[in-house]
Design a protein around this ligand. Sequence first.
Ligand SMILES: Nc1ncnc2c1ncn2[C@@H]1O[C@H](COP(=O)(O)OP(=O)(O)OP(=O)(O)O)[C@@H](O)[C@H]1O
Length: 498
Amino acid sequence: MHQTNFSMSIDESIDEVYNSNVKVFVRILPLEKPCDSCAKISTDGKTIYLRCLQDMQRDEQSKHPIYWTFHIDGIFHEMSQDKVYCATAKDLVEKNNLRALNGVNCVLIGYGQTGSGKSFTIGGLRNNWEHRGIVPRLLSDMFVEKANRRKISDIRYCLSFIELRGKNVVDLLTQKRRIFNINERSIFKNVIIIDVENEEETLKHVREGEGRRSIVRSTTYPVSHLGATVITIHVSNASLIKSQAIVATAKIHIVEMAGTGTVGKSSCWKTAVDLGMANLMKIQLEQYFLYLRKPSVCTYSVIRSSNLLKLLRDAFTVTSIIRFISHVRITREDLEVTLSTMRLTAKIAKLKPIKTIRHIQPQTELIVQQLQEQVNTLKKELELNDMFLHQEALPNISKARFEQISQDVINFLQGFISELTLFNVTQARILVNVVKQLYDNLPQFADSHKVDAKSSAMTLPWQCRCAWLSIKTLSVSICFQMATSLQRPSDRQINYST
Ligand SMILES: Nc1ncnc2c1ncn2[C@@H]1O[C@H](COP(=O)(O)OP(=O)(O)OP(=O)(O)O)[C@@H](O)[C@H]1O
């Protein structure tokens, strides 16, 4: 059942991590001489067995060793940075329906013992590009996704980067050392938040912030960090599709906890004060998760006691995407702290995730624009209605206008003008009456307009009949236009050719 050297045989298990919103992983630091008897991994890479400390102390070479069992979502041992990223964070911006771009808050936390590889997993910024960590890979995917969706979404990202050390909060996005407190009512009130347009610019800010972190240099590896850091990417995704006038907002918090440890151990270079603060932060997190499993009034007092919890409060619930990556060093000396780290992991793994909450609100600008368009359409319809309907009630047209319409009809019948322009139903009625009068008085019409008797006998009745028919059609057409104008705006002046 067990495999030695912690090797993980089944890669497919990594694909299954997308099923739930709360996931816990363990990353084992590759060592030259790990303690093989201290830990075992199941062949499916989802269970880690850690040697019981008392059993180890009693008989290290026991033939029947006793192990603690921890069930988790994935174990990374000698696994590439890319695979770790794909398993833990790639879906935060990529998957449809429940991730950051769709308004779901995400928290990814790397924690564990000092020197166990947290910075390597989270940032990897001190390593070469191939070994870059989760943050640069996530930023890259976020901007690719932004470009992919540019026709349908207006995606904006902002960045904040802070360090938490004891009770102090330091803004890492400014050169001037700014120490402040987290404002409980408006969490990001004192935090610098900058708009970021592209991957290079964002990475530059992150690198600069990384360079401002508090560190100890006297270690066997390049630097040991003293405080925890939180990189927050504020995501806003406004739909450009008018029928979907929504804006989704979310935060992606990427937390690198301060490394825990025991004072006096050879693997620990921090002072007692720094270690105490790091251990305290871990205990507060543990307490919080205990309460989160069964919410109680105590939750609030735990949150108040920790800047990290205050900062993450809104996102740190089982309705968000939560990813934990525990970092452990499998050595005899570190077994105690490894067991302690895994106990926290086990508490988080027991959380019962519930359906994620999407933070979506109506997109006011787009809604106002849509309403404005509707108002304009309605205004046009009102104008048309006014033009057609109200004027029907006012048939008292002037004598001069009546004569002008009559003359227009005659000119039209005689071919002097090619088309008649009507402005309303009243004019159309007058026009019909004029033509009827002309038709009724056909002989007089021929005389008064000096039309040749022979040709008038042949052509005028025909012309007038055609005109009459055309005008009938015209009346029907006007009625039709009036009816349709209620749905469709059109120009104020309508030309009707007979
Ligand atoms: N998976 C890994 N593969 C190869 N090297 C690693 C791995 N993880 C960590 N390292 C190396 O181990 C050293 C310590 O790692 P890192 O600085 O990430 O530890 P840390 O947990 O952040 O330490 P601290 O808490 O002291 O800041 C670094 O030199 C890092 O490059």
